[in-house]
Design a protein around this ligand. Structure first.
Ligand SMILES: Nc1nc2c(ncn2[C@@H]2O[C@H](COP(=O)(O)OP(=O)(O)OP(=O)(O)O)[C@@H](O)[C@H]2O)c(=O)[nH]1
Ligand SMILES: [Mg+2]
Length: 461
């Protein structure tokens, strides 16, 4: 009997997709590192076979190892500089390409052969991760799809910058455009999941007002009178070059990282085997990319107070969806995201996480999606009556108003450094490692992809 049970579990585990996690650069390494530190028994969920944290910055890698207790073999220093690439993303891109062999050797030592997919964690505003992520994806796709003829999925969990980081806005635009263009050649990310530091910070400040004020007051040793003054801090801590003061940024990052981890956990959850839960239909990480558009914004509403006995369930579900879309998204999608696809995961006790509610969920989602958009449900039913109810929404290609700000910040920066003189244009090569043209093309890609924000014909020359 016992053997029979464990046999079933074993079969389940081998059937379902296994993934490998890669954290690249400082942000990517921190996110994976803090995930490990906060997860049960310091272990990865059963579907995650292994992980590797890589960086071009020796000091940052050492810091991450110490902070999160990461074994040495799960980290790799690569590239020529040892001090990072300072936001020069083309150097980040080239460093991966030049270190292909040592990266793949280490991945092989950690058992990456045979996995179904990869999750790459990175910021989109730096250099090592922003430039390195598209490069490593190209290499992984080449290796598995072109050389072995085996399809793999690659997800990028990309962090958009805080407000007022114009140089990072430009990097982010380049990275997303690069990932999408590479996808046309089957060498890009299958899903780019956008989490925005500015939105996460906004949410945290709203939800945990008192706690956040106390924390920032302590960390920054400043007198914060109320929540409004924190919201003013972002602009007021910008120096003349437009960069947030490092200390403030660090404090913000510590505030938002737990929120980033929650969504990763929620996405993995349906595929993780647990004795007291049923998932319908069977869902694992690989399914998301089959049903969603390539750019995704998640929304996570945790601990939803749904009470079937207390009044109209359709109305309660509608309130839940409204709140999730408008208040719980990880990049602000505004009131009318007009998403082109949606995946939802409703988890909770048996009387709540049930397919019968699907019709109402669908009706409630209607005003947030484009006509004809596909909706894919998943129910995670816990056989413990007091389990919490959570709703995860994955919105495929939604409108993202904050991208307008990002596009404008990036455009301003490009204009600032444009001029007839080659000396002036030297800025692009010096600080990004690429030409002005490549950046202008990336901005124009964005304008087209998210064209609903732009007036027609508004492209850069
Ligand atoms: N949410 C979150 N954002 C972070 C974290 N660390 C850095 N960032 C953000 O990431 C961006 C900077 O990117 P990094 O990850 O530091 O850059 P990198 O990939 O190490 O590249 P270089 O330092 O340029 O070599 C900024 O927008 C930071 O605010 C983190 O732990 N969590
Ligand atoms: Mg770095």
């Amino acid at each position: 009997m016992l053997r029979g049970n464990s046999g079933t579990q074993g079969d389940e585990t081998t059937k379902a997709a296994e993934v490998f996690a890669i954290g690249i650069g400082e942000c990517g390494s921190n996110i994976v590192g803090s995930y490990l530190k906060t997860s049960r028994d310091n272990k990865l969920p059963s579907r995650v076979r292994g992980y590797l944290l890589i960086n071009t910055d020796r000091a940052d890698l050492t810091k991450v190892r110490q902070k999160y207790g990461i074994p040495k073999e799960n980290t790799l220093l690569y590239g020529a500089s040892e001090i990072g690439v300072g936001g020069r993303f083309m150097d980040g891109y080239n460093a991966i390409m030049e270190s292909k062999d040592i990266i793949f050797d280490q991945l092989a030592n950690l058992g990456f052969e045979g996995v179904s997919g990869f999750c790459i964690f990175t910021s989109l505003g730096g250099g090592t991760g922003c430039g390195g992520a598209p490069a490593i994806i190209e290499l992984l796709k080449q290796r598995f799809q072109e050389e072995e003829g085996r399809r793999i999925f690659v997800y990028v969990i990309g962090i958009l910058p805080f407000e007022g980081q114009s140089s990072e806005a430009l990097n982010s635009i380049w990275a997303v455009s690069k990932l999408l263009r590479a996808q046309l050649q089957e060498r890009g990310a299958d899903l780019t999941i956008l989490l925005s530091n500015r939105t996460m910070l906004k949410r945290i400040l709203q939800w945990r007002k008192g706690e956040s004020v106390d924390y920032l007051r302590r960390e920054l040793n400043v007198d914060i009178a109320d929540i409004d003054s924190i919201e003013q801090m972002v602009p007021s801590t910008l120096d003349e070059g437009g960069a947030i003061e490092a200390r403030t940024e660090q404090a913000f990052v510590e505030l938002v990282n737990p929120m980033a981890l929650d969504v990763v956990e929620a996405m993995l959850s349906p595929g993780v085997w647990e004795s007291h839960k049923d998932v319908f239909p069977t869902t694992d990480l690989a399914d998301y990319s089959r049903k969603l558009d390539p750019v995704v914004v998640p929304a996570l509403y945790s601990d939803v107070g749904l009470i079937p006995d207390a009044g109209s369930m359709p109305r309660q579900l509608k309130t839940m969806i409204d709140y999730a879309v408008k208040e719980c998204s990880y990049a602000d999608v505004g009131e009318e995201p007009n998403a082109e696809s949606v995946y939802y995961v409703l988890s909770g006790p048996a009387h709540i996480a049930k397919a019968e509610f699907g019709m109402h969920v669908k009706e409630s989602l209607d005003k947030f999606i484009a006509p004809g958009a596909a909706i894919t449900p998943c129910y995670v039913k816990y056989n413990t009556p007091d389990s919490r109810t959570d709703l995860l929404l994955l919105l495929g290609l939604p409108k993202i108003p904050e991208l307008v700000t990002i596009i404008n910040e990036a455009t301003q920066l490009v204009n600032l450094h444009s001029g007839a003189s080659p000396l002036k244009q030297g800025w692009f090569m010096r600080s990004k490692g690429t030409s002005r043209k490549e950046l202008v093309d990336a901005i124009n890609d964005f304008r087209e992809l998210f064209s609903y924000y732009m007036t027609p014909g508004e492209t850069m020359e």
